[in-house]
Ligand binder design. Structure first.
Ligand code: NDP
Length: 302
C-alpha cells in the first residue's frame, strides 16, 4: 500500500479548500508548530510538516523554544497562539523534553484551544471522538482509515487487531475502526496470547515502537497489515536480517549509517494481502491529515 501516493491525493483534495478559504477570508489558513528542544527526529518531522503545509498553500510558522524551556514558557507560547486570530491550527511537536515531565506535557496539550487542536489530542476532542462526532481526529489513525478507504479495503464486519494503546495512535485507532463497524481487539505489553490474537485479525495495525516485532507467525494469510512504527536502527546486522544482504536498503544503510524500519518484519509481505511499507506508508498520511485538519479547523472558525 503506497502511503506516499495516497497522501499526495489527500493533499491535492485539500488544495482547493485552502484556495477557497483564502479567497473568502483574504488570508490562508495558518498552521503554527511549537518545537521545544533539539530532538533530531522531531526537527525532521517538523521540517517535513512545514514543507508539505507550505506546498498546500497554508501559512506555516514554527515557534522554536530551547530544550531548557520551562512549562510556563511553553504554556505562554500556546496561549499566545490561542489568542492569535491568524492561527487556525496549533501543533505542539511531541515528545517534549524530559524536563517538562508527564504532568507538564499534559498541561501544555490541555492548554491548546480545542478548536485549534489539529492533532486531535485535547480531552474535549478525545471525548467527541469517543462519541463518534469529532471534527478534529488524531492524524495518524485517521490517515490509516483514509488509506484503507481510498485503496478499497473494507472495514465493516472485519476483525481488527491494534497492537499498542497510546493516546496518539493505538486508542484513537481502535475507536475509529470501531466507528467503522469493525470488531476491535486492542493488545499491549500485558496481552498474554498476543500472537494467537493477532493471527485472528483481518486488519492488523502495529503501533508498538519495536523494529520488526510482528513476524509472519503473527499474521493470518490474506490479512491487511498496517505498520505505524518508525524505528531508527543503527546495526548493519539487523538491517541485513530484515531485508537480506543484497537488498538496496543495506546499501542505503552503508551510506547513511542507519535505517528507518517499521514494527512489522518485511517478510510479512509474503503472508499479507496488503501491507504498508516503512518509510512511505503511514508517515506521509499523518502529514496529509494534519493539513486536512488545519483546513477543517480554519473553516470551522470562519
Ligand atoms: P508508545 O510507546 O506510546 O506505545 C507503544 C505501545 O506498544 C504501548 O501501548 C505498549 O504497551 C505497546 N507495546 C510495547 N511493547 C509491546 C510488546 N512487547 N507487546 C505488545 N505491545 C507492546 O508509542 P506510540 O504509540 O507513540 O508509537 C508507536 C510507534 O509508532 C513508534 O514506532 C512511533 O515512532 C510510531 N509513530 C509513527 C507515526 C507515523 O506518523 N507513522 C506517528 C506516531 C507514532 P503498554 O501500553 O502496555 O506499555
Amino acid at each position: 500500500m503506497n502511503g506516499t501516493e495516497v497522501a499526495r491525493t489527500i493533499r491535492e483534495d485539500v488544495r482547493p479548500g485552502v484556495a477557497a478559504f483564502a479567497a473568502a477570508h483574504g488570508r490562508s489558513p495558518g498552521l503554527h508548530i511549537v518545537l521545544v528542544g533539539d530532538d533530531p527526529a522531531s526537527h525532521i518531522y517538523v521540517r517535513n510538516k512545514e514543507r508539505a503545509g507550505t506546498e498546500a498553500g497554508l501559512i506555516v510558522r514554527v515557534h522554536r523554544l530551547p530544550a531548557e524551556a520551562t512549562v510556563d514558557q511553553v504554556l505562554a507560547q500556546v496561549q499566545a497562539l490561542n489568542a492569535d486570530p491568524a492561527c487556525d491550527g496549533i501543533l505542539v511537536q511531541a515528545p517534549l523534553p524530559a524536563g517538562i515531565g508527564k504532568h507538564g506535557t499534559e498541561r501544555v496539550f490541555d492548554a491548546i484551544d480545542p478548536r485549534k487542536d489539529v492533532d486531535g489530542l485535547h480531552p474535549h476532542n478525545v471525548g467527541l471522538l469517543v462519541q463518534g462526532r469529532a471534527a478534529l481526529k488524531p492524524c495518524t489513525p485517521s490517515g490509516v482509515i483514509e488509506l484503507l478507504d481510498r485503496l478499497g479495503h473494507p472495514i465493516a464486519g472485519k476483525h481488527a487487531v491494534v497492537i499498542g494503546r497510546s493516546e496518539i495512535v493505538g486508542k484513537p485507532m481502535a475507536l475509529l475502526l470501531l466507528q467503522r463497524d469493525a470488531t476491535v481487539t486492542i493488545c499491549h505489553s500485558k496481552t498474554p496470547d498476543l500472537k494467537d490474537t493477532c493471527r485472528r485479525a483481518d486488519i492488523l495495525v502495529a503501533a508498538i515502537g519495536r523494529p520488526g516485532f510482528v513476524t509472519t507467525d503473527f499474521v493470518k494469510p490474506g490479512a491487511v497489515v498496517i505498520d505505524v512504527g518508525i524505528n531508527r536502527v543503527d546495526s548493519r546486522d539487523a538491517v541485513v536480517g530484515f531485508f537480506g544482504a543484497d537488498h538496496p536498503r543495506v546499501a542505503d544503510f552503508d551510506k547513511k549509517g542507519s535505517a528507518v524500519v517499521g514494527d512489522v518484519h518485511p517478510a510479512v509481505a509474503q503472508v499479507a494481502s496488503a501491507m504498508t511499507p516503512v518509510p512511505g506508508g503511514v508517515g506521509p498520511l499523518t502529514i496529509a491529515m494534519l493539513l486536512k485538519n488545519t483546513l477543517t479547523a480554519a473553516t470551522a472558525r470562519g
